[in-house]
Design a protein around this ligand. Sequence first.
Ligand code: HAM
Length: 421
Amino acid sequence: MKQLKRIKGTQDILPDASVKWNALEGTIRQVMQCYNFSELRTPVFEQTELFSRGIGQLTDIVSKEMYTFEDRSRKRLTLKPEMTAPIMRAYQENKLYANAQLTKVFYIAPLFRQERPQAGRLRQFHQFGAETLGSADPGADAEIIDTALSVYRKTGITGLKLKINSVGDPLCRIPYKKQLQEHIRPNLEHYCEDCQRRFDENPMRILDCKKETCVALNQKAPKLLDNLCPDCETHYHALKSQLKTLHIEFEEDPYLVRGLDYYTRTVFEITSDALGAQNAICGGGRYDLLAEELGGLPAPAVGFASGIERLIMVAEAQGVELAPLKRLDVFLIGMDTEAKPLILRLLKDIRKAGFSADQDYLGRSMKAQMREANRQNTRFVVIIGTDEIKKNSVSLKLMDKGEQISIPFDNLVAEIKKHYS
Ligand code: HAM
């Protein structure tokens, strides 16, 4: 019978890798706590309309990448492709604004997009991110960027580049779009099909196209940064000034637009040369109108999301260890069946004291059990033979020191504690 395989573009996180994932998630939680973000978990699927309204009908995510299906009662559901719209929905639905005027939340979650799989681009991937809801203050934007960078700093990865831009608000965007269309129109036929499709509804996305011909054609396009309304301009300047105060280096990229339609004012991306074509490790920005777009009360907000798989790829490329080597604390070896009940008792005592401990369940020889203990990088091996049982003692091998001592059963846990480093 044909062996079943995992779905293309998904990954099994194997035991050796999950050690890194756990350590990374620990770091993320620590940083989030320092920056005073609380965790918000949302369901894996939502009404499709949340994303088509929130992210935008014409975006790649909504038009071609969502896993959408009808359930048995013919409701249209979608596996969430991103977290910002669900967070905003949960914020409104649970009236989080009623408890505090400012709500700061973070998440670590699996997401689903039916993209063409390639290095760093998966169909099920994971993001961690943070969202500040209820404030239009540019300080919140600076703090969001600082939070993401702080997680990266703590993991030890380096060489990241931050790009920022302002995509303004409807007031400055409407006249700018016209200006941009006028600029593009004479050459429209030379742009790629995607750009031609975007020309009427969303011309600003043309600026974000990565195809060589379109990049070349865009060289002289007018910049929204030169056409911001006074409020957006003040906001953008305040953000830059706060980033400088925080000693955060950034590059201004007037053509950074991003692939989700909910952004207003600040947008940013963090990239790494250690990644291939998909070089963005983090993206985010401000979305002051999303709350109303979803039918809620006005709530200006800003956030970021970072790909976890991409962060791990950068760490691996840079030789950064995200977690210390996994070690088993204690392996117990019984030389004959008489030792079995004693091993069970000692295993329980050792585990109760908080150490990791294990024994053989395969009837292996003493030599093979020692090999297994070495494979698991074990700190201590406890050997229990007939002689030891008679003397109410066990042999404790201190694997790092290469020493072996004989100790009474009852002192085993205390001795392990004494020699543990
Ligand atoms: P995004 O740029 O679509 O933004 O995704 C953020 C990050 O998720 C990317 O920079 C990348 O690291 C990772 N990512 C995206 N797609 C994939 C994929 N197919 N495979 C692996 N990693 C991927 C958002 O999702 C927005 N919700 C960010 C945001 C939060 N804006 C405001 N708040």
